[in-house]
Design a binder for this molecule. Structure first.
Ligand SMILES: [Zn+2]
Ligand SMILES: [Zn+2]
Length: 97
């Protein structure tokens, strides 16, 4: 599937349901990465449903948060940190509400 779903468009409203292309300064849609989430997906979907946009968002989160450091990639920890960001609306581990 190469078209974002309605849910995908809701999740990435600025890029019409596509993952924002990091090469572009303005939020430009990356046509290779449509969000194909359904409304059954968690609010911080990590691409479990097969969505390329959210899988990429999760991968970038892991990269920025340093989960791809030396040693084994701890997917469970990365995933819980990823979802945590959404809950607190801030940095992983941040406690200020
Ligand atoms: Zn998605
Ligand atoms: Zn999804």
């Amino acid at each position: 599937m190469n078209e974002p779903t309605a849910e995908g468009r809701r999740r990435y409203p600025h890029t019409h349901g596509y993952f924002p292309d990091p090469e572009q300064i303005e939020a430009a849609p990356d046509r290779e990465l449509p969000c194909t989430c359904t409304n059954g997906c968690p609010s911080r979907c990590a691409g479990e449903c097969g969505c390329k946009a959210c899988e990429q968002a999760f991968a970038e989160f892991c990269d920025v948060a340093g989960f791809y450091g030396p040693g084994e990639f701890d997917e469970a920890a990365a995933l819980s940190a990823y979802r945590e960001v959404h809950v607190h609306g801030g940095v992983p581990g941040g406690t200020d509400a």
